[in-house]
Each structure stands twice: as C-alpha cells, then as structure tokens.
Design a protein around this ligand. Structure first.
Ligand code: FUB
Length: 479
C-alpha cells in the first residue's frame, strides 16, 4: 500500500519481545527543553490535565539504530506542573496489559470519567486481524492500569471500522456524552461511547470534511467549537513529500461533524510520522508532538516535544513554532538564566512622552499584556518599524531574548514581527540563526539565536498596519 511505513511483526517475534517488560520505574526528572525526555525514545504523545498537573502518555520507541520498523511494547507517562520541567514515571501500561494482544503498543490517549482513567490504546491483537483498539482503566492518572474489557473495543470485525484501527482519541462533551475518533490509512471513523466508556453506543460512522486525513486524530473543544486535529500527508499545502506528514485541523459545531478543514497547524516534523495532542494548561494552550530530534533519533526512534499554541481572535489556530527550547515558563514567569538587561542602558527610536523606556529592564512581572502596573514602553503614534536597544559598557555574549509585549487594546497592538540585531563594530547585522521572533500576548516570547558578542543589542519591532507597538519587559540572556 502506498505510503505504508511500517510492517506487521511476526507474532512469535512479538511474543519474545514481551519478556522483560516490567511496569515499574521510579519517577525521575526528565528535561526542561525539547525533546522533553532523552533517556528513552518516546512517540505519539497524548496530554491530559488533572488538577495542577499536565500528564503526557506516550509510546516507547525501542527500534535499534538503522531498524526501519516500529518496535513498541510499552506506554510511558511523564508529568509536569509548569509544562516546562518533566518527571518520567516509567512504563504504566504495556502490551502485556492486554492478554489478547501480542505486539505494537502504538498511539494511545487517556480520558477521565467518574474518577477513573480510561487508557485507549492501539495494539496488535493476537488473533485474526491487525491493529485493534483496547481500553485499560486505572483509579489515578498513573494507574495501575488493567484491561477494562478483556478484548478489543474496536477491531477489524467491527462493522464499518477503519482499514487500520489505530490512534484513538476520546472526547467527552459538557453533557457527558463521550466520542471516539480513530483510524489510519486515510480511514477516519467515529462512534459514540456508552457511559461505561468501554462499549460503542451506536454505529461506526465515517465523518465528513476531514480533508486529507491520514492518521492520528485529536479532538477537543474551545469556546463552544469542536476541533479535530489530524495527521495529513498531502502535497497540497501540507508536505512536499508524502513520506512525511503535517497536522491539519478542522472545526465543527457538532461533535460528529460535518467538519470544515481549516488548514495546517503543525508543519512536518523531523520524523516521517507526525502525531500530536492539544491541551489547555494554566491558562495557556500547548501542542505536544514528536520529532526525531533526540541524539541518535530517527523515524522509529522518536521523542516528545512541547510548544506553545496560540489561537487567533476568530478561533483559528496559528501555526506552532517548533522550538528546541520548549514552551518556556508559565504566564508572567520570566525564563530562567542570567538576564543581562538590568546592567544595560536602554535607548529607542521613539517613546511616547507619557510612557517610559525604563519599563524594558526594571524587572516588572507582568500579569498580562495590558498590565500597566510597573511602567510601560509604548511608541504611539509612531508606526512601521521602531527599535529599542540595550548598550553595555563592554561586549557581552548574548544568545536569547524574551519579550513581553504591551497591548493596550487601543492604539498599541501586538507587533506583526520582530528581528534581533547586534552591533558588529561597524554596523548592525541580524543575529545569526534566529528562531521565530514570537509576537504572542500575555506571555514571554523566547527568541533564540547563535551567540553574539556585542556591546549593543537592538530589537526591531514592526507594527501591524494602523497600530503602534510597546513592551512591558525585554530580557537578554547570556548563554
Ligand atoms: O507509533 C506508531 C504509529 O506511528 C502511530 O500509531 C501513528 O500515529 C504514527 O505516529
């Protein structure tokens, strides 16, 4: 089949692989940057927020270097209370959790209900057929988890099931009705779940409007609108080679559709597969996805990453910027590191007489982008590109800035774009290797670049048409 990127391992091999799978492991610190864990390879992440904790459920990639096949036996759990530093809780389920299964611990997702946690998994059944969807259940987000049903929830013998029954996503609406979407090989399917969460409630349907669906659906709701994000691999705006995939998304006013495709929210990643989840945590939205970016990584040795996700005012999703640094600290919290801004002298192309340039490096802790509590810098009524600059008495090495933009919801708006420059000794040059210069509101935007040694660092800020720009804080970090 075209684009088939994996192969069914022989059952005998799979059974042998089961030996030694243990669901243990103490919680150990993982990472504060992307990938969020590098001690093992992880894939197909599914985030879940419970109280003040974000959990990420992910499969473990165990393929050897050069092996072109998924070798996956376990599902692991990570957690964080700031979406930035992660604790690895080890394997909390495996193919051994399902007595009827034999291999392939593929993508999964956990959905809470009535104090219990239902872990929907893609797994290879031992009998006829290929991939099935199983359900495990536990009394806490970390389990222990046991098989909730004693057999597949969806299999090849389920009427109208997908050509590849993988990648379950479960969404529970405000009225308590739960929905299951799943599928691969362009075959997306949907069904209602009974309140017991382990039986389909009604027929399997083929939802309409999920243009170019390939696999990996993820469903959520925001402001009354339903969102279905999924991996697509078309070459019509998604990827240039259909060996790779992007994340498209669609919206609907009914949880069973019809859906309207809205565009690409995550470009191709460094691995051929692209599998992601979206979650709101502590007032911010996050995209959790996988790449091949860990040392020694590859298409079958993937690693989970987390980055910020932003919505436009009309509910459309902005494309996620894939960073190596991770999503950064929570709202209002400055990024960690040595901030050189307090020892700099600030200057600018223009500051409104009633605002203050001192706002840039006075150590304020903004609550949001409209917070005037600790001086603000604004350049109204100037438009176009304006600049702010830090000067130090001698050269400093800098490789990162963080901007907290001012937005007064009047003449000053979030910028359209920004560019960091440095003084070379004879002129200004763009910093080398600059990541996307973030222009989001209500948070620090971290912009990274290759280290430069300079006595002057400049930030060029280009306004949206008809507006001026402003800053509440501008931090500049040494490596
Ligand atoms: O990890 C195995 C499979 O690769 C998943 O089920 C798909 O979504 C793709 O990521």
């Amino acid at each position: 089949m075209r684009n088939r990127r994996w192969f069914r391992p022989a059952v005998g091999v799979a059974a042998a692989l089961l030996v030694g799978v243990g669901l243990t492991g103490p919680a150990v610190p993982a990472s504060a940057a992307n990938p969020i864990i590098t001690s093992i390879y992880t894939a197909d992440p599914a985030p879940l927020v419970v109280g003040n904790t974000m959990y990420v459920y992910a499969g473990r990639d165990e393929a050897a270097v050069g092996e072109n096949n998924f070798r996956m036996r376990e599902w692991h759990v990570l957690s964080s209370t700031d979406a930035n530093t992660w604790t690895h809780h080890g394997a909390r389920a495996s193919i051994a959790t399902f007595g009827w299964a034999g291999a392939d611990a593929w993508a999964s997702e956990v959905e809470p209900r009535n104090g219990r946690y239902y872990w929907y998994t893609s797994v290879n059944g031992n009998g006829p057929g290929w991939m099935d969807i199983g359900v495990a259940v536990g009394d806490s987000p970390l389990g222990p988890f046991t098989d909730a049903k004693g057999g597949p929830l969806v299999s090849d013998s389920t009427p109208n099931s997908s050509g590849l029954n993988i990648d379950p996503t479960v969404f529970t609406d405000d009225d308590g009705q739960a929905y299951l979407y799943w599928g691969g090989y362009w075959g997306v399917r949907a069904a209602r779940l009974k309140p017991n969460m382990i039986e389909l409630d009604g027929p399997v349907v083929t939802p309409s409007g999920l243009t170019n669906f390939w696999e990996a659906p993820w469903m959520f709701k925001r402001n009354g609108l339903y969102y279905l994000m999924y991996a697509a691999n078309d070459t019509n705006g998604c990827v240039t080679s259909s060996s790779y995939a992007c994340q498209r998304y669609a919206t609907a006013t009914n949880p069973m559709g019809p859906w309207t495709q809205r565009g690409v929210v995550l470009d191709r990643v460094s691995s051929t597969t692209n599998h992601a989840g979206v979650v709101q945590f502590d007032g911010q939205w996050y995209m959790v996805y996988h790449t091949a970016d860990a040392p020694g990584g590859g298409n079958f040795r993937r690693s989970v990453a987390v980055d910020r996700l932003y919505f436009n005012a009309d509910g459309t999703m902005r494309k996620v910027v894939q960073t190596g640094g991770g999503p950064g600290p929570g709202p209002g919290q400055p990024p960690a590191g040595t901030n050189l801004a307090p020892s700099a002298t600030a200057s600018t192309s223009y500051v409104s007489p009633w605002e203050s340039l001192a706002a840039l490096n006075n150590g304020g802790v903004p609550a949001n982008s409209a917070d005037r509590g600790n001086l603000v810098y604004g350049n109204w009524p100037e438009q176009g590109t304006q600049w702010v600059e830090y000067t130090w008495p001698s050269a400093r090495t800098v490789n990162r800035i963080a901007t907290y933009w001012f937005d007064d919801n009047q003449g000053i708006d979030l910028p359209a774009s920004c560019q960091v420059q440095y003084w070379t000794g004879s002129g200004y040059a763009n910093v080398p290797g600059q990541s996307g210069c973030g222009v989001a509101g209500n948070a620090y935007n971290v912009t990274t670049f290759n280290p430069v040694s300079t006595s002057r660092l400049r930030l060029n800020v280009t306004a949206r048409s008809g507006y001026s720009t402003g800053l509440l804080e501008w931090l500049a970090f040494q490596p």
